[in-house]
Design a protein around this ligand. Sequence first.
Ligand code: XMP
Length: 509
Amino acid sequence: MNQLAIVLDFGGQYSHLIARNVRDCGVYCEVIPYTVPIETLLAKNPMAIILTGGPNSVYAEGEPTYAKELLDAKIPLLGISYGAKLIAQLAGGKVKAMPAGEIGNFEMSLSKTPVFEGLGGKVFCRISNEDFIAEMPSGFEVIGKTESCPHAAIMDAERKIYAFQGLPLEEQAEFSKTILQNFLIKIAGLKGDWAMAGYVEKTVAELREKIGDRRVLCALSGGVDSTVAAVMVHKAVGDKLSCIFVDHGLMRKDEGDMVMKMCREKFNMNVVRVNAQERFLEKLSGVTEPEEKRKIIGEEFIRVFEEEAKKIGSVDFFVQGTIYPDVIESGAGGSAVIKSHHNVGGLPDVIDFKEIIEPLRMLFKDEVRRAGLELGIDEEIVWRQPFPGPGLAIRIIGEITKEKLDIVREADAIFREEVKKGGYEGKINQYFAALTNMRSVGVKGDSRTYDYAVALRAVITNDFMTADFARIPYEILEKTSTRIVNEVPHVNRVLYDVTAKPPSTVELE
Ligand code: XMP
């Protein structure tokens, strides 16, 4: 068992990010909502607890709070933003509305104390609260102040309780990582024993023990999560695992072949590939509305999968590639989570199985990738950018035809190749080609053409909820454009999308 830290979530927008940063310090952590009773929390035996930010004022009626006993539970505590003010209030201090409102980046002067080891005497700190710790709780001392916030960082060294009103988690991640590292390792005494190699080994052994001689089924979508989940289960039980890969013909160039080749040749896995391209095209014929496309693809996927699963017969376990952010979002822990994913996937209703297995349930996306590498999955499969379930169907505006799919697939492959050659692959979060339903006049040789316009889209984003367009060098765009109009038939124009999300979205549909 790894040593545990808990991120007690008060609803702040950075709770996931804090948890990921904690894991980056080599400390296993779980995100638990503040509604969990203190007895349940302590029964987990955490060695440190981080109280997160939240959207509210701690002194207002009905706002999230926590049992005061937490302060005397002899567990090191670190409160950030809302969590800091809650600690101050629970400890007997006073939190009030800030007279001027301190929102933005401020210089904070730091005292010399172990939690700040490795930092200078002054750092910039993002503070985004309208409240501040106006009166100090007894037993605490000030270790950081800004011009208008005299108690910006406070501690009770004896009880190992720390409260920071602002902690830059995004803009100056190094600063926050240093503090987290100091708090977790130096102060709370955690060993930092969380590593992917250990996780993979332990999970494989647990899966082997649990599954034994029984049969397992996995729907391999070709994406990173389901591929890593399948390979992990295969490592545990080999031929007891059967995978079904529904090829709907809407994947990127060579993607399906690449995943199949790896599963079959490298890992010798038992995979049925269903070539359902024609079937999907037929169902999508004449459909132009994006949501309808999504619905048709989802339903058809289930139908094809069901037919194949019937051939395999009844199984004991069904593998899903659920990852930790899905778990946190659907309510953090508890059996209700399994149910919601049960339903979201839609699949479990149509096949006969006894239990779901989710080997990646506790991993963040970057940890899934590292687990994949640990399992020996090829780098180019593990590091692929996100790709939507409905695939190229939502990257073709309007009706989908085989000709349009070929155009967008080829154009996309060229764009990805040029971004990679230009060294921009790791600098952009998602990039692809889409096909507009616009045709326009061009000229080729001495002839007039009337052909399609391809749109290139590339975005920079942290969470895909908002995004900015990527400032890709013109040279890369120029090469991509030249190659697309020369190599892809029926395209005479290439456009680059320079809108942010909002008001646009990442995908064109
Ligand atoms: P949007 O277009 O909503 O995209 O700004 C945000 C992120 O979500 C992905 N996306 C989807 N993923 N099924 C998926 O599995 C979908 O229907 C879908 N629509 C958008 C998109 O690729 C981007 O990463």
